[in-house]
Structures are given as structure tokens and as C-alpha cells.
Design a protein around this ligand. Structure first.
Ligand code: MG
Length: 342
């Protein structure tokens, strides 16, 4: 029997991305809905993330492999921030007809490698043709060709009661971050300046293109019962720390000289790229920001699973977030990271 265009598309997706059933997943992709059988003593963390052409990526800058990888890495980072084990995902894909050939194959290859890396199985989704410039057919007749939009819902499993939210930080807790701050934003600055194709700067794009969600680190922290609050840094330290403090009804004092600041080559500093600003406000790093009660802080190693873990300050009462410079001067740390509605 002849398959419809959409059925063929779904079959192509299913063939490329891991989708096997297991003890928890009774019924996977291809039916009206997936069926999960929860295991006693476990809970599920669920979140969704949009990755949209022209908003989060550009087709003439980011390869289809990067788009597929990064879309899933961003979503998975939110599971890591809860301390969950990534298990399943669903994909809603809006695609212009012009991207349904080679571009889609590349995107699926990137997404498939991310899925294997993070331990994720595709359990369902939906596809639609995107309206916009360049004609294609729709139920409304011929319409213009449009943008790519990838919407991913990810599900993670964790032990009952172990999930760590943003609201548990208390006065006196120590503030930590993982990884280097500002590395992904440095890559974006190169793109914004149109110098990302210069061979000498290419290695600086890795953090922007291939972020690593801190899955093992998040798991380790919740299993050791060390953290009082945790989130991932997606929109920049200043913006995400403000969110954590607001949720916990506390303030924070951050020591500037303790920040794990990305190193910026001299040639780029000369172009006005400021490492400190990248570290404070740069988005897309996907490290973890977490707080630990002071008596437990010594149990946090300075490196875990090959990632640097830095103690950057402390939680205080009140609602002020301040940056303390090397000479002890305190200035307000205002949220200047990404604001999607600014
Ligand atoms: Mg997040």
C-alpha cells in the first residue's frame, strides 16, 4: 500500500532515531499515543523546549547536524538540572517543503547522535509543513514556504522525592557553578561579528554548537543529597541566578574573582569582546547552578566527571544579588542575560 508523505516522513524519522520499547515503554512511536508503565519508587520529570529558525538558530550558519544535536541537548539540560535520568522524548516538527530532503537527514543524524549520547528514546511526535516564502501545497491551497520549528518534549526518570527545584536555597548556602561561563556566548559573538568562518576562531564555536548537558553531574548531586536548589544556566548566570534567588526568596553575594570565566584570545578582546561580561550574562552554556548547605560544601569536589565545579559565592537573606570585586566592593548584579521577550 502506498504511504502518504507524512507517513514516509515519520518512517524516516523512526528509522534514524532510537525508538525501541523496553520495560517502562510498553508502546512506542507509531501508535496514537505512547504508553509508559511507571516503575514503583520512581517519578517523572517532564519539560519541553522550542528550537526555532531565526530565533535560536540560522540555517546559513548552523549545519543541520548542529541544529538536531543542539535542539535535543537544550531540552535534556533541563532534565539534568532536576537530577533526572533522560529516558524518552517526543518531537513536534514544523518543516518547509524545501528542508524535507537532505537538510532533514542531517538534522536527524545530529539528533540521533544526541539521543544515543543522552540515553533518550523517541516515543512519538507530530509533523506539519511550515507556511511562509516559496510556494507549497497545504489544506488552504498553495502557500509560501516557511521556517523550521522543532519542539521537543523530554521525559526523565528519578527516584521518588529526589528531584531538586529552584526554591530550596537558604541563607548561608554556598553557590556553585559547573563548567566554564561564557564559552557558548563567545561562539555567538563570533557569529554576530561575521568572523565565525575564520579558521583560527573555529575551535571557539564548539561550546555554542555542541553543549553538553550535565546529566551525570546532576545525578551525582541529587544522589549524594548535597544540593538545596539547582537549575541549569541557559540564559546567563545573572539572569538564572536572579530566578533561583526569587524562587527561594533569598539574595546572593558572588565573588567576581571566583567565576570560571571563559578565556578570550587577545585578538578578540581587541574587537570589544569582554570575557567578564560573557561569563556574567552569556547564555547557552548549560552548566548547572546549585546551592549547598555550608556544612556540606566541603563534600563537593572541584572537578566531577571531567567538569570543573566552582564555588562562586553565598546565599544571603533579603533579595539583593551582588557582585563582590577583588577589592571587596559590592555592586548590584542585574539580570542582563537573555530575555526572550525584551
Ligand atoms: Mg532550565
Amino acid at each position: 500500500m502506498k504511504m502518504s508523505g507524512e507517513d514516509k516522513l515519520i518512517e524516516r524519522i523512526r528509522r534514524r532515531i532510537p525508538s525501541a520499547t523496553d520495560g517502562v515503554l510498553r508502546l512506542g512511536i507509531g501508535d496514537d499515543a505512547a504508553v509508559l508503565r511507571p516503575v514503583a519508587g520512581t517519578e517523572w520529570a517532564i519539560t519541553c523546549d522550542q528550537f526555532i529558525e531565526g530565533v535560536h538558530f540560522l540555517v546559513d550558519v548552523h549545519s543541520p547536524e548542529v541544529v538536531g544535536y543542539k535542539a535535543l541537548a537544550r531540552a535534556t539540560s533541563d532534565l539534568a538540572a532536576m537530577g533526572a535520568i533522560p529516558r524518552f522524548f517526543l518531537m513536534s516538527l514544523m518543516l518547509p517543503a524545501s528542508r524535507s530532503g537532505r537538510w532533514l537527514d542531517g538534522m536527524l543524524a545530529g539528533m540521533s547522535s544526541a539521543a544515543e549520547h543522552f540515553g533518550l528514546t523517541l516515543i512519538g511526535g507530530d509533523t506539519a509543513q511550515s507556511p511562509g516564502v516559496g510556494a507549497h501545497s497545504s489544506r488552504f491551497g498553495k502557500v509560501a514556504d516557511g521556517k523550521i520549528a522543532i519542539n521537543l518534549t523530554v521525559l526523565g526518570e528519578l527516584e521518588t522525592g529526589k528531584a531538586v527545584g529552584r526554591s530550596g536555597a537558604r541563607r548561608g548556602d554556598i553557590v556553585f557553578v559547573t563548567g566554564e561561563l561564557g564559552a557558548a556566548q563567545l561562539g555567538l559573538e563570533l557569529i554576530l561579528r561575521g568572523i565565525h568562518r575564520q579558521r583560527r576562531w573555529k575551535p571557539l564555536l564548539t561550546a555554542h554548537n555542541h553543549p553538553h548537558p550535565a546529566i551525570k553531574l546532576g545525578r551525582w548531586l541529587v544522589r549524594q543529597r548535597l544540593v538545596s536548589a539547582m537549575m541549569d544556566i541557559s540564559d546567563g548566570l545573572s539572569t538564572d541566578l536572579a530566578r533561583l534567588c526569587r524562587a527561594s526568596h533569598v539574595g546572593a553575594r558572588i565573588n567576581e574573582q571566583r567565576l570560571p570565566v571563559v578565556s578570550v584570545p587577545d585578538g578578540l578582546q581587541a574587537k570589544g569582546i569582554d570575557a567578564k561580561a560573557l561569563a556574567l550574562h552569556g547564555g547557552d552554556d548549560y552548566g548547572l547552578l546549585f546551592t549547598v548547605p555550608r556544612r556540606k560544601a566541603a563534600s563537593i569536589p572541584s572537578e566531577l566527571f571531567g567538569t570543573e565545579v566552582s564555588q562562586i559565592g553565598e546565599i544571603v537573606s533579603g533579595n539583593r544579588v551582588q557582585l563582590i570585586s577583588a577589592n571587596g566592593k559590592a555592586t548590584p548584579l542585574l539580570p542582563k542575560g537573555w530575555d526572550h521577550f525584551s
